[in-house]
Write a protein that binds this ligand. Structure first.
Ligand code: PMP
Length: 291
């Protein structure tokens, strides 16, 4: 989809306007220094899945980088619903974004206005449905998730996504679906827009989220789906050498939902009934969202 040509209504700093009129000033501080925060949510049957969790994370992300939203979290949430309604959308992706304006060009942001906008559009599956049967093909990224003392890893902040974008581009150029990143210590971290899980018997093993985004879908797997299906969840540091010991693998994220993985470079995984059952359980939570 060409977003530039897409006909839709976005909300920007208090007004509902045409997508093509939603523009920012060249001196926008965030454009130069990557200091935005954002969310990606999905609505199913007219209801935003884990709406509260996403908006709480957004406002926390803003606080971490000292962006100061001028409206309350509750009000901003209501406007997201209004953007959906004005675009006649019931099943869509929603992108709220908060950023620093153009008032000053130095690195100090105290005098820069906080801006806010929301867009929503129909976005089918992130990966083709055809890939469910074989599983995604992942490759190792040459880029790593940084030390939380280097970048605010709990914030969903724009600047951190340069690493993801470079990794994704590299993977796609090599003929893979996505990249798997290690962290700054060499442990397995996450994919470019998704968390990763491994299955061995009745255990689901996932990297400890101590330096990357603790995804809301990840938390849904850990707190709701895995216990309901009788799995033990193990969150721990995982070395890349351990991959061969796991039977199945999947990744999770708002855009991605739950997708099986068939390989990480030369390591192969089975797409078994277990991983498909987890995927279906997630689907049924979203089709009948209870949160
Ligand atoms: N890691 C990264 C880098 C992401 O961009 C995302 C998508 N937001 C995730 C993990 C998964 O997070 P969530 O389940 O909250 O969408």
């Amino acid at each position: 989809m060409n977003m530039n040509e897409m006909q839709s209504i976005v909300w920007m700093d208090g007004e509902f306007i045409e997508n093509t009129n939603a523009k920012v000033h060249f001196f926008t501080s965030t454009l130069h220094y990557g200091s935005s925060v954002f969310e990606g949510t999905r609505a199913y049957n007219g209801k935003i899945f884990k709406e509260k969790e996403h908006n709480i994370r957004l406002y926390k992300s803003a606080e971490i980088i000292q962006l100061k939203p001028k409206i309350s979290l509750e009000e901003f949430t209501k406007i997201q619903r209004e953007v959906m309604a004005r675009n006649n959308l019931t099943d869509c992706y929603i992108r709220p974004l908060i950023w620093f304006g153009p008032e000053t060009m130095g690195l100090k942001t105290a005098n820069n206005e906080t801006h806010m906008a929301i867009a929503a559009w129909e976005w089918g599956t992130y990966f083709s449905e055809d890939l469910v049967e074989t599983g995604l093909r992942l490759t190792w990224s040459e880029w790593r998730r940084p030390d939380p003392k280097t970048a605010p890893s709990v914030a969903k902040a724009g600047g951190l996504y340069m690493i993801c974008s470079m990794s994704k581009n590299q993977a796609v150029q090599r003929g893979y679906d996505d990249a798997l990143m290690l962290d700054y210590r060499g442990y397995i971290a996450e994919c470019t827009a998704a968390n990763v899980f491994f299955i061995r018997g009745k255990n689901i093993i996932t990297p400890k989220a101590d330096c990357f985004l603790n995804g809301i879908t990840r938390q849904t797997i850990i707190n709701e789906i895995a216990p309901a299906l009788g799995y033990n969840i193990i969150e721990r540091h995982i070395l890349p050498e351990e991959l061969g010991e796991f039977e199945q693998c999947f990744i999770t994220g708002t855009a991605t939902e739950v997708m099986p993985v068939g390989e990480v470079d030369e390591i192969k995984f089975k797409v078994g009934k277990e991983v498909l059952e987890i995927r279906n359980s997630f689907r049924s939570l979203t089709i009948h969202p209870n949160s």
